[in-house]
Design a protein around this ligand. Structure first.
Ligand code: SF4
Length: 298
């Protein structure tokens, strides 16, 4: 299999079509399942709070991501400001909720991507891309014309529109979604969306259809595939068994899953008594045991 990024095979006409269609989805905005319907090209904002211009909080080689993304030289990470989810315990709330960051043009984003490649990062890792897909696609097209050759990582919360994801088919090589909860009522209470599990399941299936299981090169660096994150919450609020069962049985037993133990009460977590503590060692071991029981191999 070729290790060249998928976007490299897209012709100019197809790039234009994808970028144009993505921008059309911003007015009225139905880029994500919230379908706010606002005129973002005219500067209106919906739930995510971003209008016409994408906003960038920070960027750089990141060594704290999953090891298949980090390799030796780091994952070339761009933290986009704001988010379409409103998680009360958001671990990056200053960026996602408070909106730390500045407006950035696609040309500037392209420049950042090329700089990260120059620094020998193994990929371009866009954190929270859902609400700025058009601007990212436009930036990527400019960067590819100027010599970008490393894979794109779509690092999201798992609450995506299938139609928007289809615009990324053949462009994104690595999907890294969260799968946060398996109970819709908890998703509504903690992230402000009514149908999180249903949407996340459909998205994960589409992502896996596009890129398959995670594949790595001889250095152990990922170049294509699906990598799922699941943050364990206190009192099993995340519904870990059903999340892991779904991944093993309805995606693939080879799904690469990062079961994360680093939850700490942040942002508005203190308003929810069950979220006021970290998870215990037992809760973490239990989640790993479930992964084995349901047949996840990675
Ligand atoms: S991207 Fe933002 S404005 Fe558009 S539908 Fe989603 S939350 Fe609403």
């Amino acid at each position: 299999m070729s290790l060249e990024p998928s976007y490299f095979s897209l012709n100019t006409q197809e790039w234009h079509r994808r970028v144009d269609e993505a921008y059309q989805r911003m007015q009225p905005c139905h880029l994500c399942p919230r379908r706010c319907g606002v005129a973002r090209l005219e500067g209106e904002t919906g739930v995510c709070g971003v209008g016409r211009e994408a906003e960038l909080s920070s960027f750089g080689p990141h060594f704290g991501e999953e090891s298949p993304l980090v390799g030796k030289h780091g994952s070339g990470t761009l933290f986009m400001s704001r988010c379409n989810l409103k998680c009360v315990f958001c671990q990056n709330y200053d960026i996602s909720h408070l909106g730390y960051g500045s407006p950035v043009l696609p040309e500037q984003l392209a420049d950042v991507m090329l700089k990260l490649q120059e620094r020998r990062c193994h990929n371009i890792n866009i954190v929270t891309p859902t609400h700025v897909v058009p601007q990212i696609l436009e930036a990527l097209r400019i960067a590819v014309d100027a010599g970008l050759r490393i894979p794109l990582v779509y690092n999201c919360g798992g609450y995506e529109s299938l139609e928007t994801l289809k615009l990324l088919d053949g462009i994104v090589d690595i999907y890294m979604p969260d799968f946060k909860y398996s109970d819709a009522l908890i998703g509504e209470r903690l992230s402000g969306v009514r149908n999180y599990p249903e949407v996340a399941k459909a998205c994960l299936k589409e992502m896996h259809r596009q890129v398959g299981d995670l594949q790595m090169d001889s250095r152990g660096v990922a170049y294509r595939g699906l990598l799922v994150r699941h943050l364990i919450l206190p009192e099993d609020l995340a519904g870990t068994r059903e999340v892991l069962r779904f991944l093993a049985k309805e995606i693939s037993p080879q799904t690469y899953v990062n079961i994360m133990a680093q939850y700490h009460p942040a942002y508005q977590a203190s308003h929810h008594p069950e979220l006021r503590r970290r998870i215990t060692r037992q809760e973490y071991s239990h989640a790993l045991q479930i992964a084995q029981e349901v047949g996840l191999m990675r």
